[in-house]
Design a protein around this ligand. Structure first.
Ligand code: BMA
Length: 341
């Protein structure tokens, strides 16, 4: 296999990084030894921050964070960092407005993703639209945040935008759900010419045969463009006698027709093993929401929520992770077909 290259990915010399440890077991992904990077009570009136998304901005990093308020209701908070590891948060939630600039706050907002397409940053979260559904907003300056039309009717969660248009349209992954803790779930994608009207819905992949992803799956970080296809980190859930266990998996989607899965790793890449992943508000959760990557070195930093209590980081190298996914790939017809029936 030729060396895998990032496509449309910039240099990021200050990407958080730690060298790969010796004696790494399983997938070529290793957890930051100083995890978690965000502990409890991280800012006034917020008890926990987890399931959050970051990206490079100006000379440092910016992020949208799921902050669980003291009344237990989650909202989106903005955070900034010089090094991607140590974060300062705004004390006020992100002030979403309508198109006229009038306040238009969601009743709750959780699991935010942050994706830049062309010159605009999009925030996508799970909102209350007469039930759990997808909320979206855009900003160019991280000062004003204009909400967009909710793309889908309820129930839906885990929407993730691709970082560029494909065949002229915006493309978004999502996971149709129910109003509760959703004991099922496959990943679909939808296209839009304008971020208002969504259609051309396609099935991408279903929950897997492997036990770690046998209950449901859902989108995680924004897909990363590479010479092998779109590298996607997603979450997979197993149902045990003690509740759900959330692990992180990897797949590679076709570049021009991303509803076709080229490779899908049968093994999890990250599973709850550390104290901060196994113990917390909801134990046994590793929930990816973002990555950072550096075109020069092939380094990737994966940001994930741990135990619905903390933010943690793990590292991998593009070439190694793609090779591992390909070598351990197991797909079926519902993965590789175009996704329409
Ligand atoms: C899912 C989402 C996530 C959460 C996970 C585990 O349904 O609500 O925000 O991390 O459950 O509690």
């Amino acid at each position: 296999m030729n060396k895998v290259k990032f496509v449309n990915v910039d240099r990021l010399p200050n990407i958080p990084w730690q060298e790969r440890p010796e004696n790494l077991f399983g997938a070529p992904v290793w957890k930051y030894t100083e995890n978690p990077i965000i502990g409890r009570n991280p800012v006034k009136n917020v008890a926990r921050i987890f399931n959050s998304a970051v990206m490079p901005y100006e000379d440092g990093f910016i992020g949208v964070f799921r902050g669980e308020q003291l009344d237990g209701i989650p909202h989106v908070y903005l955070g900034r960092s010089d090094d991607g590891l140590s974060w300062k948060f705004d004390e006020e939630k992100v002030p979403f407005t309508d198109a006229d600039g009038n306040p238009f706050m969601p009743r709750y907002a959780y699991d935010p993703r942050l994706v830049k397409v062309e010159d605009t940053y999009y925030i996508i979260w799970c909102t209350d639209f007469y039930g759990a559904a997808i909320g979206m907003a855009r900003t160019k300056d991280f000062k004003t945040f204009e909400r967009l039309e909710n793309p889908f009717i309820p129930y839906n969660r885990n929407a993730v935008l691709f970082p560029r248009k494909i065949n002229g349209n915006f493309v978004m992954l999502s996971r149709p759900s129910d109003g509760g803790h959703t004991g099922f779930g496959d990943i679909f994608l939808s296209e839009s010419p304008d971020m208002v009207y969504w259609g051309k819905h396609r099935h991408v992949m279903s929950k897997g045969n492997q036990w770690w992803q046998s209950l449901k799956i859902g989108g995680g970080a924004a897909p990363i463009e590479t010479s092998e296809g779109w590298l996607m980190f997603y979450h997979g859930v197993s149902s045990t006698c003690n509740g759900y266990v959330y692990s992180i998996g990897g797949a590679i989607l076709d570049i021009d027709e991303p509803s076709r899965v080229k490779y899908r790793c049968k093994n999890f890449l990250i599973t709850p093993e550390e104290e901060y992943e196994e113990r917390g508000f909801v134990p046994n959760v590793c929930f990816p929401c973002a990555t950072l990557q550096d075109s020069e070195t092939g380094r990737i930093a994966i940001y994930y929520g741990a135990a619905d209590s903390y933010v943690a980081v793990a590292f991998t190298q593009l070439d190694d992770i793609v090779k591992y996914i390909i070598e351990n790939s197991e797909t079926d017809e519902s993965d590789t077909e175009p996704g329409i029936r």
